[in-house]
Design a protein around this ligand. Structure first.
Ligand code: FES
Ligand code: FE2
Length: 416
């Protein structure tokens, strides 16, 4: 068929089945986006940072989940806790720095306290309200600080030392039940000894967060990555499996990267993560869009914060072993940055890909069909990972990904 007229362009793909494409409105519709925040992001476990980013008691980081401000801090008892970063008095955001320490006093805050600068209410590292300015004078005995604690959030430090938080007090699944199975392939590598973040950068991209998930979970686009073509493309590369797990997560299996095939690169065998065979590569795509990527000597995490239907913030971290010598650490950083740094050989190419999709799927743009119909024995050029993911999305949203105005129905082909 030659280039298609409008009617042909808008028709469902004749030979593909339900589940093998999605409607682009799931990436662009403002109402669907709001619903995703409510039905998905406010309900699941979200990795917000890594425990090594809060190395000392009273260290903190702030972030948001589904627009709710969050503060995560390490207490004097060394425990990491999470709270809504919202004052119990008049709802001001308490801490406005992205990270820092509560140990030292601030111009309008006491040492070892989270102090709301508006009217000076103070909270300790367990979220207790410990000071209300002129408490008796204003409230007599009608309200006391003991009742005015912060909103605490469920928080776990697990799976390689990431700090996981959920806004959902009634979360049905423990973190282990939620993600444990998908992490099994790298568990012994990332939990053998403490890890440390050595690289952080973030990108704000005009695209939908799910498109970032997709580019991480399909390797068909590796034609775009010159480095992958040179160091990867061989029988073992194409034979890697995409495996779906419960709750919409997907793994991409291991293979041996031939770094020496690329000029200027070197084998990463010497600094392989504990128990990881030399130069191996594993990837975990976690629903609804977090990604963990172990590539020989460096571990990468992508944490997505959806900012709008067509805007996402992605925080990239690189991790090594806490026990690294300075020389080892420098080598790990080089290994990480040459591939995954902002000027590396791979990451920005992915960002260009999803930004290009975002440009063509602006809010209110005409619906398009986004194809996920490749079948290749569940190997890396199969699109089963995305089919698995969108089936899960459909269940959480009770919408049919290929026609989001309709209620969820199971795909007409197996999702996995
Ligand atoms: S809003 Fe925080 S002390 Fe008033
Ligand atoms: Fe890529």
């Amino acid at each position: 068929m030659p280039a298609r007229n409008h009617k042909q362009w808008m028709a469902d793909p004749q030979q593909l089945k339900r589940g093998e494409w999605v409607d682009s409105r799931i990436y662009s519709d403002p109402d669907i986006f709001e619903e995703e925040l409510e039905k998905i992001f406010k309900k699941v476990w979200i990795p917000v940072c890594h425990e090594s980013e809060l190395p000392e008691p009273y260290d903190f980081r702030t972030t948001t989940i589904a627009r709710e401000p969050i503060v995560v801090c390490r207490g004097p008892d060394n425990q990491i806790r999470a709270f809504l970063n919202v004052c119990s008095h008049r709802g001001m955001m308490i801490e406005r720095r992205p990270s820092g320490s509560f140990l030292e006093g601030q111009p309008s805050g006491n040492p070892k306290r989270m102090t709301c600068m508006f009217h000076a209410w103070q909270y300790d590292m367990k979220g207790n309200c410990v000071y209300i300015a002129r408490e008796k004078e204003g409230y007599q005995d009608r309200l006391c600080k003991e009742e005015m604690g912060l909103r605490r959030l469920r928080c776990e430090v697990k799976l390689g030392g990431f700090v996981w938080v959920t806004l959902n007090d009634q979360v049905e699944l423990s973190l282990e039940e939620w993600a444990g199975e998908a992490f099994a392939c790298i568990r012994e590598n990332i939990d053998a000894e403490p890890l440390e973040v050595f690289h952080y950068h973030k990108s704000i991209i005009n695209t939908n967060y799910k498109l970032w998930h997709d580019t991480n979970s399909e390797f068909y686009h590796d034609f775009m990555h010159y480095h992958n073509r040179i160091t990867g493309f061989n029988d073992a590369y194409f034979a890697r499996k995409n495996t779906g797990f419960k709750h919409g997560h997907v793994n991409v299996g291991s293979f041996e990267v031939k770094y020496e095939e690329y000029e200027g690169f070197e084998s990463r065998a010497e600094l392989s993560f504990p128990k990881l065979p030399p130069n191996q590569f594993y990837m975990i795509d976690l629903f609804p869009g977090m990604n963990f990527n172990l590539r020989g000597s460096a571990f990468r995490s992508d944490i997505v914060t959806p900012l709008g239907p067509d805007k996402v913030m992605i925080e990239f971290r690189g991790l090594g072993l806490k026990s690294d010598t300075p020389e080892e650490r420098q080598t790990r950083i080089d290994h990480h940055n040459t591939i995954w740094g902002p000027f590396g050989r791979n990451l920005h190419e992915d960002l260009i890909g999803v930004a290009g999709q975002g440009s063509a799927m602006l809010p209110h743009s005409e619906p398009r069909r986004i194809l996920h119909g490749r079948h290749e024995n569940e190997t890396v050029h199969d699109e089963n990972g995305m089919r698995h993911y969108y089936d899960e999305w459909g269940k959480w949203m009770n919408r049919l990904p290929s026609n989001p105005e309709q209620e969820y129905r199971a795909p007409a082909v197996a999702a996995e």
